[in-house]
Each structure stands twice: as C-alpha cells, then as structure tokens.
Design a protein around this ligand. Structure first.
Ligand code: S3P
Length: 174
C-alpha cells in the first residue's frame, strides 16, 4: 500500500500550494491540517491561539495527525509546528512519507512578510533575525523527521514536484 505524502516545514515553505498541486498530479486527495482544524472547531488558527492559547491548538493538531493518517492516497500539508511533538511524527510516519520543504529565512520573510497577521507566531512584523532564530530552533526537528528533503527557494512548482516524486521512487527501489 502506498503511503501518504506529508509535507513538513516552516511557515511560508509552500506546503499548502505544493501539496495541492502534487495531489492533483497524482490524482490523490489533499488535506491541510490547519484547515481541517479550522473546519472542525469553526475557529481560525489565530482565534484558537488568541482565545485558548497555543497548548489547545497543539492538542487539536495532535488529534488531527492521528485522524488524517487513517486515510489513504492523501497529500497532507501540516502546520509548521507539527514536528514539535515526537508523537505526531511517529503517528504521521506510520502511514506517510515525510517531505521537508526547506526554505531560507529570506524566503520566509518574502512569503509571509505581508501576511503575518494570519500567523500567531509571526505577529507584529518580525525581523529577519527573529525568523532566523525560530527557523534555527526548528530545523533540527524537520531534518530528523524527514524521509525526503527538498529545497524550495525560487523553484518552479513542476520542478519541485518532479524532484519529490523522483526521490520517493528512489526510496521505494532501495
Ligand atoms: C505554526 C504554523 C502555522 C500554524 C500555526 C503554528 C508553527 O502553519 O499551524 O500558526 O508553529 O509554525 P503554517 O506553517 O501553515 O503557516
């Protein structure tokens, strides 16, 4: 049975856009864990953070990881903090191949710079140093969790998806 393809990486790595395009290419379903949490709770991620705090969001996120993993033939985009809990990584890996979309702090600034209000952890116009610091704290976790790593600074969508699928085939062969 083919495993789900699960995109991990920092805010602004392009997980949702790449996930959607890849699902279309494979003829698979697509889910974004943040969007699923929003549908389930009827609140935006921002509202969950504001009203109930980050812990509550993390607990919804962990439940969502278990739930989406039960399904098959899915491309799953995760929130940037999904890998903070090793249990989430374990659950996702039980039925998924983890693909880290790696980006530079400059690219994060470019992609989310104008829309920081949507991301509770990047509120109030963060500086490049702040983004670098948070990204630095997270990188070891993404690296440890990933089965496949791809750079996503200035890549065309086609090229990126080709690389992911090629690396996936390579893993199947080995
Ligand atoms: C978070 C990333 C967000 C969202 C939440 C927390 C994080 O998702 O899950 O704001 O801790 O990095 P995106 O990576 O899709 O922005």
């Amino acid at each position: 049975m083919e495993k789900n393809i699960i995109l991990i990486g920092f805010m602004g790595a392009g997980k949702t856009a790449v996930g959607r395009a890849m699902a279309q290419k494979l003829g698979w379903g697509f889910v974004d864990t943040d969007q699923e949490i929003e549908k389930l709770t009827g609140l935006t991620v921002n509202e969950i953070f504001r009203r109930y705090g980050e812990r509550r969001f993390r607990s919804e996120e962990s439940l969502m990881a278990v739930k989406v993993c039960r399904r098959q033939r899915l491309v799953i985009a995760t929130g940037g903090g999904m890998v903070l809990d090793p249990n989430n990584v374990k659950n996702l890996k039980s039925n998924g191949l983890l693909v880290w979309l790696k980006v530079s702090p400059e690219m994060v600034m470019k992609r989310v710079g104008r829309r920081t209000g949507e991301r509770p952890l990047l509120r109030g116009r963060p500086t490049i140093d702040q983004v670098s610091e948070l990204l630095g704290q997270r990188e070891a976790l993404y690296a440890a969790a990933a089965d496949i790593v791809v750079e996503n600074d200035n890549r065309s969508m086609d090229d990126l998806i080709k690389e992911i699928l090629q690396k996936r085939r390579q893993l199947e062969i080995n």
